[in-house]
Each structure stands twice: as C-alpha cells, then as structure tokens.
Design a protein around this ligand. Structure first.
Ligand SMILES: [Zn+2]
Length: 449
C-alpha cells in the first residue's frame, strides 16, 4: 500500500515537472568542435536524466564485477564446509556401524575439508581404534591433550587404551588427570576408585568411593560393602605398620557397617582376642553367626575358647547352635569340638543331623574321621571317603572375575588383582587352592593375630 502511494507521488512529481517545462518553452544551444546543436530545453533535461541513469547503471555493473571474486570465494568455502560436515557425519555413522575402512576414509576427507580439529581428531582416533591401529589412535588422543576443549576426550581415549592393555599404573595417572578436568563424571569416578583400590591406595580409594556413590556411579548398597572391604584392608595395613589401635578401630568400623560380613567379624574378633578381650570377641562371632554361620567364624570361636576344658568348650559351642539351630554349619561346628572332647555320641548325633540338612564333601570326611577315631572302622571310613570324592567341591573364597580360589579372604584377588571379587561359593572350575601371589603385595590375608 505504502509502495503504491509512493509510486503515485513519484508519477505526480514527474508529470508536474513535465507540465512546468511545457509551460516554459525555451531552447538550449550547444557549440562543440564546429558543430552547433540546438534543442528544446525539455529535450535537454531528458537527455541529461538519461545520461545520469546510464552512469548509475554502469557504476553498479563495475562494482558487481569488482566484488564477484569475494562472493565466489565465500560460496566455495560454504560448499567446502558442507562437504566436510557431510564426511564427518558419514564417518561417525561408519564408526557406529563398525565400518573401519569408511570411517577412516571419511575422517581423512573431513580433516582436509574442515578446520575443526576437535571434531576430526576424535573421528580419526575412533576410526583408527576401529581398525585396530592402536598406535595411530594413541597419537590422535595424545594430540587432543594440547587443546583445552579436547583434553578430556583425549584422556578418556588414552585411559581406555591403557585399561585394555592392562597398564594400570598409567591408567591411574590418566584417570587422576581426567578427574582434575571433570571432577564429577560418574564413569570416571567408578574407574578411578577401582584403580586406586587395585593399587592398594586404600585411603584415596575410600575418598573416591564416597564421591562415586554421591555421583551415582556406584549403588549405595554396593558402596557400603566396598567401604567395609576398604576398612578391612586399612586395618591390615595399620597392623603391618605396627599401629594396633588403628588396626582395631578400622576393623570395628568395618564390622559395624556390615555385622554379618564374615571377613569383618573374623578380623575384628581375632584382633580383640589378641588384645585379650575374649568376651568381646565371642560376642562378635555369636552376632555374626546369627546372621550367617560360616566355617571361618567357627575357627575363630575355637581360638577364642582354646583355653577351656574340652567338655566345657562343647557347651560354649552349643551357644552357636542356639543362634542358628537349622544350619548345617552349627551342627558341624559342635560335632568337631565334641569329637575333640571324645563325646562320640554327641558328635555322631550332630553329624547325622547335618547329613539330613545337606550332605557335603567336608561332612563325609568328618564322618570318616568319626568312624576311625571312635570305632577304628577302616571299612566304614573308606566308604565315607569314597562318597567325599564323588561329592561336589566345598565352597571356598572364589574370585567372581577369574574363578581362582584363594585359601584366605582378601580385598584383592591374588590371581587377577580384582578388588572385592572374592565370594564364598563352590568353585565353578577345578582350580587348585592357591596362595596369594607375590604379584599383589597389597593382598593381606587375615592371620591369627
Ligand atoms: Zn581373580
């Protein structure tokens, strides 16, 4: 609407000028190089206007010509970027699809077309990794460390590589460096915690574990158990350094966190026993027994009641029986002390009851022992031993990571170095009982203090 009005105004002005000129006739005479040109004033004005219009057109044409290379260049650049991003996208899709060849080709193409090192370096590294070229991937990841915007990604790549290669010392350094850049990344906290624990750096691991639980990397219930294991390892460490009080207080904390956790109860009771606190040690075992009878608890109870008359000791063990009367472990524990006290009838009753609850290799062996000691009946003993040989293996501290069996509990698997991986269960493979290896010096076995 405004444009139409504006146009009408312009037309009106032109008409007004034309009328004004027509009303005032006159001539213009031009003398140039001997020529004389005569024309009316109106025509002269028209020629002047036409000349101006031509000049304006010429100016625009020349300006357009002068500017076109820049425009062409810009057009070329945007085409290049477009192609670069397309290559980058295709490369990422290829990585996701596991197509190493295309990924690498697209990475090179994107790198040539785009001036975006953070993006193309990551793609190049991933493509190299996919192709199994760890050295090239490592170079890309290392180059990424130089730029603040890619440093964390580079560290993550290098960390994954060193974990894959089993270089835990380097992995720990990288993980600590990565945490200084991004302190609250859940996966990083979980990994760092595990590396610190495997390295036997118990105090640092405990701090990182708290952070990992807060960040949601480790469920609270698992975290509680991990913390218990860490406290037990700190207790062993304190004992090795001759700090008996700290050893006892760490064990007490561990036991308070998980009263039914056998290694914690065993550790605390043994330290209390060593400090001459027999009564407290008995209470710890009885409390743990109520939550879950276990042969190692029975062993410590035997140590606690060592000074007693054999028959009085059987009476004490019956306390355990009242804590968990239907447990095969309760029956076996009483039967063993009864055999030592030569209370054969009591021993036989207990073992027979245990056999009704759940037969096991260990139980058959005890029955063989009873036949030999009570009745000197070799034939009956051999019968039980044959049954023992055919029975499935008894539970032991078995690593959930590598299936190796340790004869004593520890926070680290003596075979594969995994943290908190030992569980009391029947070994799945026929792995011989092994001693914790020298390769894992941080592994400490609970010893009779
Ligand atoms: Zn293991």
């Amino acid at each position: 609407m405004i444009r139409a009005i504006w146009f009408l105004i312009k037309v009106a002005v032109v008409i007004a000028i034309a009328v004004w000129l027509a009303d005032r006739p006159g001539t213009v005479t031009v003398t140039w190089l001997g020529y004389v040109i005569e024309m009316s004033f109106a025509v002269a004005v028209l020629i002047g206007l036409a000349a101006l219009a031509l000049a304006a057109l010429g100016y625009r044409f020349v300006r357009g010509l002068l500017r076109s290379p820049g425009k062409l260049r810009r057009y070329g650049r945007s085409r290049r970027r477009e192609r670069g991003y397309r290559a980058l996208t295709q490369g990422l899709v290829a990585v996701a699809a596991g197509d190493a060849h295309t990924a690498r080709k697209m990475a090179r193409k994107a790198d040539g077309l785009l001036n975006e090192p953070p993006l193309t370096m990551l793609l190049s590294a991933q493509a190299a990794q996919l192709q199994g070229d760890d050295r090239a991937a490592r170079e890309y990841f290392t180059a990424m460390l130089d730029r603040p915007e890619t440093a964390f990604l580079g560290l993550r790549g290098l960390l994954t590589q060193s974990l894959k290669a089993g270089d835990r010392v380097e992995a720990l350094q990288l993980a600590r460096r990565a945490r200084s850049l991004q302190p609250n990344t859940p996966w990083l906290l979980g990994t760092l915690y595990d590396l610190e624990a495997r390295a036997g750096d118990w105090a640092s691991a405990e701090g990182t574990l708290q952070q990992a639980i807060q960040a949601g990397a480790i469920p609270a219930e698992d975290g509680r158990r991990h913390r218990t294991v860490l406290l037990l390892e700190r207790s062993f460490e304190a004992e090795r350094r001759g700090r008996g009080d700290a050893a006892l207080s760490h064990a007490q904390q561990a036991h308070d966190l998980m009263p039914g956790f056998v290694p914690a109860a065993v550790r605390l009771a043994r330290l209390q026993l060593a400090a001459g606190r027999h009564k407290q040690a008995s209470k710890v075992i009885e409390r743990a027994w109520r939550q879950g009878p276990h042969p190692e608890l029975a062993d410590v109870y035997r140590e606690v009641t060592d000074g007693y008359d054999p028959v009085a000791r059987v009476k004490l063990f019956e306390k355990l029986l009242t804590q968990a009367p239907n447990s095969v472990e309760s029956q076996i524990a009483v039967a063993r002390v009864a055999m030592e006290a030569k209370l054969w009838g009591e021993a036989r009753n207990r073992l027979t009851r245990a056999l009704e609850i759940e037969p096991s290799r260990r139980l058959y062996r005890l029955l063989a022992e009873l036949e030999r000691n009570e009745r000197q009946d070799e034939e009956a003993a051999r019968g039980w031993l044959a049954k023992a040989a055919a029975a499935p293996a008894d539970p032991a501290w078995t690593c959930t990571e590598c299936s190796a069996v340790s004869h004593a509990w520890g926070g680290l698997c003596g075979h594969c170095g995994a943290f908190d991986s030992l569980q009391w269960k029947a070994p799945t493979l026929a792995v011989s009982l092994m001693e914790p290896t020298e390769a894992a010096p941080a592994l400490a076995k609970p010893s009779a203090a």
